[in-house]
Design a binder for this molecule. Structure first.
Ligand code: 7RM
Length: 647
């Protein structure tokens, strides 16, 4: 069933973009992309030096550059330029782990803190182009550290606070970070994470880090290594608040953010300055219909791209009040989001389907206790939003008068590429709807042939650059070419499957590669498999996705035990789960482990994942052609085992 929800009547005519204006602007952006982006670049960004050319690209070599020759300072755009009119406006509104634990940083405060921290970084020898790792709790100081890097041209690499020591070490080593900014502890819901201890463990094998700055989040005793470790509050107290913002090239690297792919090692996705900032600012304004006095709340973690683009850079470039939320949606109960929204009078709220499903499970009684009257736009990101979750969000939270923006994008795209625009796009639950300005989606079949027309299905590619696009895989440009530009030459391949319906609406169906979106977190099956094998009890493992009520996709691990399965059972399962938590993070823990006598392999030794995916989805029969399998009998055994074990 495909009900269309027309633009809510209270939003009609009152938003930036109407249906007609969207069509007109979209057409212009496609027919004359350079003129379009040039105009937007003037509107959204303060440049120190103009460009000599808007865009140069070669999708075969994966060379992409925007606003060539232009110069800007990203931090100045997000902070300094607002001081004239918004010095006392709240830039960051922090809601801590405990309800009502609030901090407000005005733009003037933010400017002072950022300048000071930039000086701290300089005093530790950080220069333009150097990498700084940020592994922190969700506190305003994360944004301060990111913006301080941008101010002096250092490249930040934010590492999600849930990652293990080994993951942190690998990321620090890959980009050879000179400084690590961390915190002593993370408090998240009822739990505490000993962050500094994990950081110390990572640093034992990361000699590139010369200095560690530690933000004191809690009063717990923290071990500090003399000469290397410094308390944030000590160095900040001594730092000067004067720090000029120098101009950097539009293509100067801004940050690296690691993301999982089909193969083992996460990739360092690199974004640069001018194009990225323009794209996040523009999409933040139009997708959320952002207004000057709005309270804007993106509930993501800054450790993911959503936090980079839509907690920090986009909103701050637009001079917004951005809410930063340290806790979890279920602490102290599943009404926490609604409490935050009412107390801070939030107008725009942006979260992930997995969070919506988690709080929806508790019933509509919780949101019903709150007014939620301040809300105007509700966003969703990270995975396809199922119809039930969409309707619950629309009705119970938005009270059928808010626009839902189902935003499709990726770490690699820098910002939102496909999404409805409030007031302009009639919505269909579960569809990300239509491309934003300048975005040219196309569907291709397995042979790379473009599929024209509507009512079709294929692999989603984007056939023309946009300013927010990633520029390279840090330290491995060849991997950038191979991963995104080689399968369908001349196009950027997203890794997602997609249908385009009769109305030209896009419906993302999920990954077509070996990447899993588990509770909105992106994980590679290969990294999970190697973590499982590192447990020592498993000879071989194959991981696939399975349907999961809350997470959307859960992790199903088929494991062949080392001793032929004799030891099996609970102990091995624990060892596997521990290993995954230690090597990657608790977010990668398998939801279901099945011990199998062998994996379904072709005679050439390739695992036939198609069969395992079927089994994980509860389909034990329609395996298609299995004649190329070395030992077809193994399939029956696995299916039998899967049936026997309760899900
Ligand atoms: C922003 C982010 C990217 C992958 C992407 C998709 C999936 C994201 C949606 C979605 C359907 C959406 N970056 N995805 N948003 N699928 N509808 N609105 O999530 O790099 O971590 O993940 O997430 O598969 O390729 S990410």
């Amino acid at each position: 069933m495909q009900t269309t929800f027309e633009v809510p009547s209270n939003l009609r005519g009152s938003t930036y973009i109407s249906t007609e204006l969207y069509q007109r602007m979209y057409r212009h952006s496609i027919e004359e992309p350079l003129a379009f982006w040039e105009q937007q670049a003037h509107e959204f960004i303060s440049w120190r030096k103009p460009w000599r050319s808007v865009l140069e690209f070669d999708y075969h070599k994966a060379k992409i550059a925007w606003f060539l020759g232009a110069e800007l300072n990203v931090c100045e755009n997000c902070v300094d330029r607002h001081l004239v009119t918004r010095a006392n406006k709240t830039a960051i509104l922090w809601e801590g782990n405990e309800p009502g634990e609030v901090r407000k940083l005005s733009y003037a405060d933010l400017h002072r803190e950022v300048c000071k921290f930039a000086n701290v970084l300089k005093s530790r020898g950080v220069k333009a182009g150097d990498r700084v790792a940020i592994y922190m709790p969700m506190v305003p100081e994360v944004a301060v550290a990111m913006l301080a890097c941008a101010r002096i041209g250092a490249v930040h690499s934010v590492i999600f606070g849930g990652f293990s020591a080994e993951s942190v070490r690998d990321r620090i080593l890959d980009s050879q970070c000179k400084v690590l900014v961390t915190g002593n502890e993370i408090v998240r819901g009822p739990k505490t994470i000993a962050l500094k201890q994990i950081a110390d463990e990572a640093l034992q094998q990361a000699p590139c880090v010369e200095s560690v700055v530690v933000f004191q989040r809690t009063k717990s005793p923290t071990s500090m290594q003399p000469g290397r470790d410094l308390w944030w509050h000590d160095v900040m107290a001594a730092a000067s608040a004067e720090c000029p913002a120098l101009a950097f090239d539009s293509e100067h690297p801004l940050f690296i953010l690691y993301t999982s792919g089909s193969t083992g090692k996460p990739k360092g996705v690199m974004h640069t300055s001018g194009g990225y900032l323009l794209y996040t600012a523009l999409t933040h304004k139009y997708v959320f219909d952002y207004r000057e006095n709005d309270i804007y709340f993106c509930a993501a973690d800054v450790g993911w791209v959503t936090g980079h683009s839509y907690i920090v850079y986009g909103p701050l470039a637009n001079g917004a009040t951005t809410v930063m939320f340290e806790s979890i949606p279920t602490y102290p109960n599943a009404g926490r989001y609604w409490d935050v929204i009412d107390r801070h009078q939030v107008n725009i709220f942006y979260t992930a389907p997995t969070a919506i499903r988690t709080v929806a499970k508790e019933g509509p009684e919780l949101p019903a206790k709150f007014s939620l009257a301040s809300l105007r736009v509700l966003g969703s990101v990270g995975e396809p939003i199922n119809r039930d979750a969409w309707l619950w969000y629309y009705e119970q939270v938005g009270r059928s008068r808010c626009s839902i923006v189902d935003t499709w994008w990726q770490t690699e795209t820098g910002g939102i590429l496909i999404s409805p625009l409030p007031g302009a796009t009639p919505q269909k639950p579960g569809s990300a709807t239509l491309p934003l300005f300048g975005i040219r989606p196309c569907l291709v079949d397995d042979d790379g042939k473009v599929i024209e027309g509507n009512g079709v299905k294929g692999k989603l590619c984007i056939s023309f650059p946009w300013p927010g696009q990633m520029r390279t895989v840090y330290g491995d440009h060849e991997r950038f070419v191979q991963t995104y530009f080689s399968q369908f030459p001349g196009k950027y391949f997203t890794g997602d499957g997609c249908t385009r319906d009769e109305d030209g609406y896009y419906w993302i169906t999920g990954r077509v590669d070996d990447v899993l979106n588990v509770a909105g977190h992106r994980l590679g099956t290969a990294e999970i498999e190697s973590a499982i094998v590192s447990s020592g009890v498993v000879a071989e493992a194959a991981v696939v996705g399975m349907p999961h009520e809350l997470k959307g996709i859960g992790i199903y691990a088929f494991c062949v035990l080392r001793d032929g399965g004799k030891s099996g059972g609970a102990t091995a399962e624990l060892a596997i789960k521990d290993a995954v938590r230690k090597v990657i993070s608790p977010i990668a823990t398998p939801d279901r482990i099945q011990f199998v006598p062998g994996l379904p392999k072709t005679r050439s030794g390739k695992i036939m994942r198609r069969i395992l995916r079927k089994i994980a989805n509860g389909d034990f029969e329609n395996f298609g052609d299995i004649t190329t399998l070395a030992d077809p009998s193994v399939v029956d055994e696995i299916a039998k085992g899967a049936r026997a074990v309760p899900a």
